[in-house]
Write a protein that binds this ligand. Structure first.
Ligand code: GLU
Length: 307
């Protein structure tokens, strides 16, 4: 078996991609996100044996946005078990993340938990369960990552709320079908805060170990998901993690993963490693341009994809 020199491979790819044109544009529909420096570029590789390599801006915090939807899904799955699948599906939608179209014919059951509507239904479950949903969710993320430095960005949450007309429409629309229990205002406040969490590539790779490591335990020694449930969350990332570019990501990278409009992508090789890439410029489908390039090259050169 070939021993891979991860450090060298990662550095070579980083150097190569840095020398090429940085295509795409940063997300501007959330005013606060438009202020980011488009040239930030960080990578963190973390193996299940704790081998860690970071390059560039790997310790700089950024807005994780939709990547947070995986963490909230994990928590709702842990609390409610398979009941969650009565309220949200597991099929790729093939539509943009904020689309309303399918909800009408699907009677308010979002196709999967990673499109905005699906994530809101998951948020609604957590709002019903917790006394202080925002505080309790943050504590859970901090425990998985073993760091109290993870926080919401009040500025980003407020900025998104000020322009989030489509998300407000989605939440109200789902409520009209009876698939949101709480007041949309409360669910949206939780959703905007969840998306505003700021983390570095290093912190994200560490957090996503709950989907890579078989015997993962939080800092309090608690298990997060059983192996069977971990398999299912990874499967949904594989099929639905990249909006309507999920097939393309699977085709090019061959790993379960999740992206966010802040320019982050986390990819997981179950049983082996997590890798996070952050570069804020997004392609037309809303995924980090350099993130996609980096991961495609990485899994091709190392031959380390699940396929
Ligand atoms: N908070 C963003 C929204 O709801 C998340 C989008 C994303 O990262 O895909 O529009």
């Amino acid at each position: 078996m070939n021993i891979i020199n991860y450090k060298e491979v990662l550095e070579d790819i980083y150097k190569h991609i840095s020398s090429e044109e940085n295509k795409g544009s940063v997300a501007t529909y959330i005013p606060e996100l438009a202020k980011i420096n488009p040239d930030n570029f960080g990578v963190c590789f973390l193996s299940v044996e704790n081998e860690e390599y970071g390059i560039g801006d790997w310790q700089t915090k950024f807005s994780i946005q939709s990547i947070s939807k995986v963490i909230s899904l994990g928590l709702a799955y842990k609390i409610f078990g398979d009941k969650i699948w009565k309220r949200v599906g597991v099929e790729p939608s093939g539509t943009p993340f904020n689309s309303l179209v399918q909800l009408e014919s699907d009677n308010g059951i979002p196709r999967n938990p990673f499109i905005n509507g699906g994530a809101m239904v998951i948020c609604d479950m957590l709002v019903s369960h917790f006394e202080n949903p925002k505080e309790d969710f943050l504590t859970y993320v901090q425990e998985i990552c073993d760091s109290t430095e993870i926080q919401y960005s009040k500025k980003v949450a407020k900025s998104e709320a000020s322009v989030g007309y489509r998300n407000k429409a989605l939440c109200n629309f789902i409520k009209s079908f009876g698939n949101i229990e709480n007041e949309p205002r409360e669910v949206l406040d939780f959703y905007f805060h969840m998306c505003s969490i700021e983390m570095s590539c290093q912190e994200l790779s560490k957090t996503f170990m709950f989907l890579a490591k078989n015997d993962f335990k939080t800092s309090k020694g608690e298990s997060v998901l059983s192996r069977g449930r971990t398999k299912r969350v990874n499967a949904i990332m594989q099929t639905c993690g990249f909006y309507d570019e999920s097939g393309e990501f699977s085709f090019k990278v061959g790993l379960p993963g999740k992206s966010g409009v802040g320019g982050g992508i986390v990819a997981v090789y179950p049983g082996k490693y997590c890798i996070t890439v952050w570069s804020p410029k997004l392609n037309k489908k809303g995924n980090s341009y350099r993130g996609m390039e980096f991961l495609e090259t990485f899994t091709t050169e190392t031959e380390l994809s699940i396929f």
